[in-house]
Write a protein that binds this ligand. Structure first.
Ligand SMILES: *Cc1c(COP(=O)(O)O)cnc(C)c1O
Length: 386
């Protein structure tokens, strides 16, 4: 089927909630995407910070294949070995103790909100301006963008917003009625905004003083993206709850909420559940993903490549007036530009490079962590020559 036919089929049959770009990926390997027409693209998107080990990484493919041949689904009515092992692994690599598994980022945030309310017996949740936490009604209530919220009101009551990076505003907003503060360690969808370390430390202190919980939404920053296993590790703080999804299964759908023992233990059978949550294929993929990150020393590589990429972009900024700011950590990098980002995305496609944009004026780079230095050079020279 050619692209025109696929597009017609989509237009007639799919609910049109996405603006799609004119590329039809058929295969992927490492940081390369090969389209249906056989065009090869350099992938700086990785399915939006998902395929961190590169597309169809053999370790993850093998882990899933081995599991599909045994059993594809098992209800949480019974014991699931890979689920227990992944929970144990996540507790080993984080400051959190216990896990609940679901199937997406928004579900991980939903569970976090529910757990925070149940644990504290309080209702109020404080989120940040420009936040993104997902699109189910609970997670959407913590999401800032008016465009996403307005058609679906009334949302869940009890949510308030403060300016990201403003500790004074946070201190004014949090009181003894506050169940939790929810923040992204680096805001992703809201424009790739890096907070000051002091703000994150203050958020920890303010929540502790008010017996409120600190939820960090690590759906995008988690599992190595920023050069550390989790974003919170950049700020010398320990959250009470984190949400995970995107990179956890390297492309196999899985979400997770991790919590400190004393918080996690407040959930009892019946409080929360998911038919597919903790599926054996998903958990096998998760285990293989984390193990590969460790075995290949990918965190160190991510930090080094990220610094290299950022330096190159900073140098470019000195020569290019249309580049306004470069920000991010590890291989989660945003470039604020004067031009329309969508135009750059389209020009890049013509040069066989896939780049993602945020809003009107930010280019987002979240490539597979296994990307080669030469590929980064290629992207920098594309920006240089435009
Ligand atoms: C992508 C994202 C979500 C939503 O995840 P879905 O899997 O699309 O539901 C939530 N929070 C953050 C920080 C994200 O980047």
């Amino acid at each position: 089927m050619d692209n025109e036919n696929i597009k017609t089929l989509e237009d007639n049959n799919l609910i049109q909630v996405y603006n799609r770009l004119p590329v039809t990926p058929e295969r992927g390997k490492g940081a390369k995407i090969i389209s249906k027409e056989g065009e090869e693209y350099l992938d700086m998107v990785a399915g939006i910070a998902v395929a961190s080990l590169g597309h169809s990484h053999p370790n993850v493919v093998d882990a899933i294949n081995r599991q599909t041949k045994k059993i594809m689904h098992c209800s949480n009515l019974y014991h699931i070995e890979s689920q227990a092992k992944l929970a144990n692994k996540l507790s080993d690599v984080s400051c959190l103790d216990k896990a609940f598994f679901c199937n997406s980022g928004t579900e991980a945030v939903e569970s976090a909100i529910k757990l925070a309310r149940k644990t504290t017996g309080k209702k109020k949740i404080i989120a940040a301006e420009n936040s993104f936490h997902g699109r189910t009604l609970g997670a959407l209530s913590a999401t800032w963008k008016k465009r996403y919220r307005k058609p679906f009101k009334p949302l869940v009551p009890g949510f308030e917003f403060i300016k990201y990076n403003d500790a004074n505003k946070l201190r004014e907003a949090v009181d003894e009625e506050t169940a939790a503060v929810i923040l992204e360690p680096i805001q992703g969808e809201g424009g790739l905004n890096v907070p000051r370390k002091e703000f994150m430390k203050q958020a920890r202190e303010i929540t502790r003083k008010n017996s409120s919980l600190l939820i960090l939404d690590e759906v995008q920053t988690g599992i190595g993206r920023t050069g550390k296993m989790f974003g919170y590790k950049h700020y010398d703080i320990e959250p009470d709850i984190i949400s995970l999804a995107k990179a956890l299964g390297n492309g196999f759908p899985i979400g997770a909420m991790l919590a400190k023992k004393e918080t996690a233990n407040k959930f009892e059978p019946g409080d929360h559940a998911s038919t597919f949550g903790g599926n054996p294929m998903a958990c096998s993929a998760g285990l293989a993903t984390i193990k590969t990150i460790e075995d290949q020393n990918l965190l160190k590589r991510t930090k080094e490549l990220g610094n290299y990429f950022k330096n190159q972009l900073e140098k470019l900024k000195e020569r290019k007036e249309w580049i306004k700011e470069v920000r991010g950590k590890g291989l989660m990098i945003g470039v604020q530009i004067e031009d329309e980002a969508n135009k750059v995305v389209k020009e890049a496609i013509d040069q066989n490079i896939l780049i993602n944009k945020l809003g009107k004026n930010v280019l987002r780079f979240v490539p597979p962590l296994v990307i080669q230095k030469d590929s980064i050079k290629k992207v920098v020279s594309f920006l240089d020559e435009r």
